[in-house]
Design a protein around this ligand. Sequence first.
Ligand code: AHR
Length: 495
Amino acid sequence: MEKYLINPNQKISKISKDIYGHFAEHLGRCIYNGIFVGKNSKIPNVNGMRSDVVNALKEMGIPVLRWPGGCFADEYHWKDGIGSLENRKKMVNTNWGGVVEDNSFGTHEFFELCEQLGCDAYVNGNVGSGSVQEMNEWIEYMTFDGISPMAQLRRENGREKPWKLKYFGVGNESWGCGGNMDPEYYGCLFKRYNSFVKDYDPENRITRIACGPNVDDYHWTRNVMDKVKHRAHGISLHYYTIPTGYWHHKGSSTDFDLNGYNTTICKAYRMEELINNHLAVMDSMNPQKSVKLIVDEWGTWFDVEPGTNPGFLYQQNTMRDAIVAALTLNIFNKHADRIMMANIAQTVNVLQSVILTEGEKMLLTPTYHVFKMYKDHQENTLIGSYITTENIDSKEDGKAFPQLVESASVDENGVICSTVANTSAVKTAKIKCQIADTKVKSIRAEILTGEIHAKNDFDNTDEVKTAGFTDFRTLKDGFSATLPPCSVVKFLIEK
Ligand code: AHR
C-alpha cells in the first residue's frame, strides 16, 4: 500500500490556467482542414472555423493558443495574411511538406478563432526572416486603438477595435529553424526587436517571451538570460518525448512493445529534470525570479502514420500518450510557482494532438480526455502533496521512473482536486491517502484507463473515454483506492 499525503494547509502557488495551453501551427492538417475549413465548406462552421472542433476545445477548457508556429513563424510575413482573400499571397511552406500556403488563415482569422474558443492569444513573431519594422507594425495592427497607419489598415480590413494580445514570442527556436543563431547574438536581437514591441494598451501589457533552450542546452539559457535580463517575462523551453531518441527513426505511435512503452514514459519524466536545471540557471542570473519558464512546445513525437505526408507530422494517440500527458501536467502543476504557460504540440492532427479529423469526421484522443479531466486544476491553488512509489525499470534507458505521480490543488470553495497517474503498464497500485486537518464529506472520482495501445480511431471513436471511478473507499480523513495499470484518476474531495 503506497502512502499519499495531501496538506491543504501548505498553499504553494496559483496554478495558471495557461499551463493547459495549446499550440497550432501552419503545419500539415492542423490549421487547414483541422481547425479552419473556410466559410464555404460543407463541414459545419462558423466563419470558417469547424464547429465540432471549436466546441470540443471549449469543453476541454482551452485557455490559450499559440500561433502561427513553430518553424513556420520565422518565415511568416503577416501582411500576406490580411485583406481580401483573392489578393492574399500564395507561398510555399518550406518547413512542412513544401505545400502551398494560401494565407487564407491570417491575423483576423486567428483572433476570430480565439474569440470563438474564449481563449487568450499567444502570437509568435518572426525574428529569423522578418524585420524589426514588420514586427513593430504587426503589434500596432493588432493592439493600437488610436490613429495610425496600421490601426487604419486594420479598420479597412473590417476590424474596428484592437484585439487583446496576451503573449508575444520574439522568435522561435532561434537556435535552429529560426535562424541558427548563437545565444549571445539572439540575446542582442531580442533586445532590439523587443524594443519595438510597444505596449499600446497600458491595461493589457504584452507578456514578452524570449526564445529559450532546446532540451538541455543550459549554455543557451545562461547566455540568453545574461543579455535579456528583466526585459523578457518568460523564456521558452522546447522538449519532445521521442522514444528512440533518433530523429530518423522515432518509433511508431501505435506499434510498440513494453520496452518502447517504458522508454517513452521514462523520457517524458525527463521534463522534471529539465525544468529544475533550467530554473536553477535562470535563478542564478535573475535571483528575484521575475523571469518565468514557459514550455511552449512539448509532447510525444513519433514516426508519421504510414502512407501520410512525412512533412505533415500526423500521428495516432494511445493510452501511452495519455500517461505522458498526465505525468507531464502533474509535473507542471508542481512547478506552478515558476511555470507561467505550457503549450502541447499540436492541437489537431499534428504530433500529440487532442483531436484528429478525417474529412468531416472528428475524434477525441486519449490525451484530450486527460486535459479535460485536469481542467479542475486551472486557477486552483497548488497544495502540498507527496506519494510513496515503487520505481519501474526502463531497460533501454538504463533508468528507472516512478510508478505513481500526483498533484493536488484546492479551489476557492475548498474542494480539493487530486490527479494521480499509475504509469505502470502491468501493475495495479493500492494507495491510502491522508489529508491533513480535514474531515472528508464526500468524494467524486473519474478514471481514464486502458491497455497501453488502446486508442480511438474513426471506426471506434469511443474505445478510450473517461468513466466514473468507484474502486475507492472514503475514510474520515482521506481515502484508499486501487488504481489499475496504465490509468489516470481524478478525485474531487469535499470537506
Ligand atoms: O511542432 C513541430 C516543430 O517542432 C515546430 O515547428 C518547431 O518549433 C519544433 O522544432
